[in-house]
Ligand binder design. Structure first.
Ligand SMILES: *Cc1c(COP(=O)(O)O)cnc(C)c1O
Length: 380
């Protein structure tokens, strides 16, 4: 079966009791037992719930893995994956990973005795040189946020295997439709289902997918032991989002391609970052590991910081907001919004300039999006 078919059907056979075509939302915490100690398939909804089961089956299959787990948020999935490690273990992470992930590593997990080294994983030698005896995990995102830098998953996976470390890829930006890191040698894929998988900016959720039985068993144990599970209604909403993932991603991709081309020709724009542009410096890797380019674009405006901020207040179709991956187009200013917690010096060092603007291109009619930008550019 092809992607769009799997996305609609896997884990979602009609309900045998009623024939219901969509999976019921099982709003229950506990399940009847036939006799004391003789448990059925379900016991308690922290451990398992049928609506969550359906979502987990779907997540595993669309990501090309054997097992999937749904979480209450992307950060909950990330936290649980990190709990696979023990005090004294070392993690190598990309130096421009999601800010919340960096905050978790530095301000929470360090206190529990985990060690972190950050490198630019575009250059695999950086990763290799950072490997220590106690390195147990490598954590990357590709493309990165907000500069759309691409990491060669296969190359990094060779390093992780040699080091006997788990390679984790946060695949939120591409979604399973455009990129499947497990097929490139990753051990675990993490998603914020809040973004493209949910796709409608109406829920917070996360996922972890793997084909490694041992990893899955441990993650399942940790999830049940610590409790970061999603409610059944949120699971239902993610499942509903997944059913249209294929057509939504095609549209995000098409719109973003047109907008990136438009921005590249706009005289007030200094630089555009989008993996689909012909001048993307890592075109070869993009071609090899991605089937599309996604809906995220960043660009630098000529002129000063105030002009960048001004542009954002002149738009009417684009909403000024953080987050990404929904049907509606969002625009934001990383230096004062998503990346404000990164000290300016570090931000500049990493190439995130004050005049950088990030766009999550939605699935509106692209003509309206470009008209809106055009009006904005005229007004500054
Ligand atoms: C949003 C996001 C997260 C965190 O997910 P939440 O659902 O907000 O907890 C992690 N990684 C990436 C790349 C994200 O965009």
């Amino acid at each position: 079966m092809k992607f769009a078919t799997k996305a609609i059907h896997v884990g979602q056979d009609p309900d045998p009791a009623t024939g219901s075509v969509t999976i019921p939302v099982y709003l229950t915490s506990t399940y009847q037992q036939a006799e004391p100690g003789r448990e059925g398939k379900y016991v308690y909804s922290r451990t398992a719930n049928p609506t969550r089961d359906a979502l987990e089956k779907s997540l595993a299959v669309i990501e090309g893995g054997r097992y999937g787990l749904a979480f209450s948020s992307g950060m909950a999935a990330t936290t649980t994956v990190l709990m696979l490690l023990e005090k004294g273990d070392h993690v190598i992470a990309g130096d421009d990973i999601y800010g919340g992930t960096y905050r978790l590593f530095e301000q929470v997990l360090r206190k529990y005795g985990l060690q972190f080294t950050y490198v630019d994983p575009r250059y695999p030698d950086n990763v290799e040189n950072a490997v220590r005896k106690n390195t147990r995990m490598i954590w990357i995102e590709t493309p990165t946020n907000p500069l759309m830098r691409v990491v060669d998953i296969k190359r990094i996976s060779r390093i992780s295997k040699k080091a006997h470390a788990l390679l984790v890829v946060d695949n939120t930006f591409m979604s399973p439709y455009f990129q499947n890191p497990l097929n490139q040698g990753a051990d675990i894929v993490v998603h914020s289902t809040t973004k493209y998988l949910g796709g409608h900016s109406d829920l917070i959720g996360g996922a972890a997918i793997t084909s490694n039985r041992e990893v899955q068993d441990r993650l399942k144990f940790l999830q049940n032991a610590t409790g970061p599970v999603p409610g059944p209604l949120d699971c239902f909403l993610v499942l509903r989002g997944i059913k249209t993932l294929a057509i939504r991603m095609e549209c995000h991709n098409e719109n973003a391609k047109l907008i990136s081309e438009y921005l590249s020709k706009q005289p007030k724009v200094e630089q555009v970052y989008y993996p689909g542009l012909p001048d993307h410096p890592q075109k070869e890797i993009v071609k090899r590991q991605m089937r599309g380019y996604g809906g995220m674009i960043s660009f630098e405006l000529k002129g000063n910081l105030n002009q960048s901020k001004k542009l954002l207040t002149k738009l009417r179709v684009f909403t000024l907001a953080e987050s990404l991956g929904g049907v509606e187009s969002l625009i934001e200013h990383p230096a004062s919004m998503t990346h404000a917690s990164v000290p300016r010096e570090r931000r500049i060092e990493k190439g995130i300039k004050d005049n950088l603007i990030r766009v999550s291109v939605g699935i509106e009619d692209c003509e309206d999006l470009i008209d809106d930008l055009q009006t904005g550019f005229k007004a500054i």
